[in-house]
Design a protein around this ligand. Structure first.
Ligand code: C5J
Length: 221
């Protein structure tokens, strides 16, 4: 049964069985002090506004049996999958792989790399480790989605202009219809958040649709 979502630039109907909720990088390393986000000089508290809307959309998606995918940006402990050009960002001693208060920054298996407890994945949900900003780069996400017959994505997470936007662009080019849940995404830069949402829905929805969590909840409800 298609669910119409009151979105911009126009309403979009999605079928729960052919739609996945993708929650991007709601990791301690981005949301809490001492992680990668802060190591780059950001005020991590700005991201926390997205937590409650994400929780609400996650609960609704679970209730209607939707496929849920949680992504985590990070690297192998030996950092074989971290390109030097990425590693070299940020001040020395606060780079990917360096020790921080939550373990080595952005390294798989460390406390900081994991998803915040408020959005902990449930048994059976997909947890997708990605080395890049986009969730399709060097991962099996496309294979998972196609194997499950998914054609539309509800996208939440952080940050709106980096990993959310990159993933939506990758997904759009692969033929998925994407709805970005505006208040369930956040950025260290409010202006970038607004611009990133505007880019998605501009020109008749050039990369996808944008809807607040209230509209998504009303549709899933
Ligand atoms: C960043 C992300 N901002 N998850 N990662 O480096 O957006």
């Amino acid at each position: 049964m298609p669910m119409p979502i009151d979105a911009e630039p126009y309403a979009i109907a999605v079928e729960p069985g052919r739609t996945a909720l993708v929650i991007i990088d709601m990791q301690r390393d981005f949301l809490l002090p001492g992680g990668f986000g802060e190591s780059l000089g950001n005020d991590v508290s700005l991201l926390n506004a997205a937590v409650a809307p994400c929780q609400a959309v996650l609960a609704a998606a679970r209730a209607c049996g939707m496929l849920v995918i949680h992504t985590r940006e990070g690297h192998r402990p030996d950092m074989a999958d971290c390109p030097p050009a990425k590693w070299a960002r940020g001040p020395e001693g606060m780079r990917i792989g360096d020790p921080g208060p939550m373990g080595r920054i952005l390294i798989r298996g460390e406390v900081g790399h994991d998803i915040i407890p408020e959005l902990a994945p449930a048994a059976g949900e997909v947890v997708l480790d990605k080395p890049g900003k986009g969730a399709f780069c060097a991962t099996d996400l496309d294979l998972i989605l196609r194997s499950k017959g998914i054609e539309a994505l509800l996208v939440c997470g952080v940050t709106t202009e980096v990993c959310v936007n990159t993933t939506v662009r990758e997904a759009n080019d692969r033929g998925y219809r994407c709805v970005v849940v505006s208040d369930a995404c956040a950025s260290y830069f409010p202006a970038f958040h607004a611009a990133a949402l505007a880019m998605v829905k501009a020109q008749g929805g050039i990369f996808g649709w944008v809807a607040p969590s209230g509209a998504v909840l009303a549709a899933l409800g």
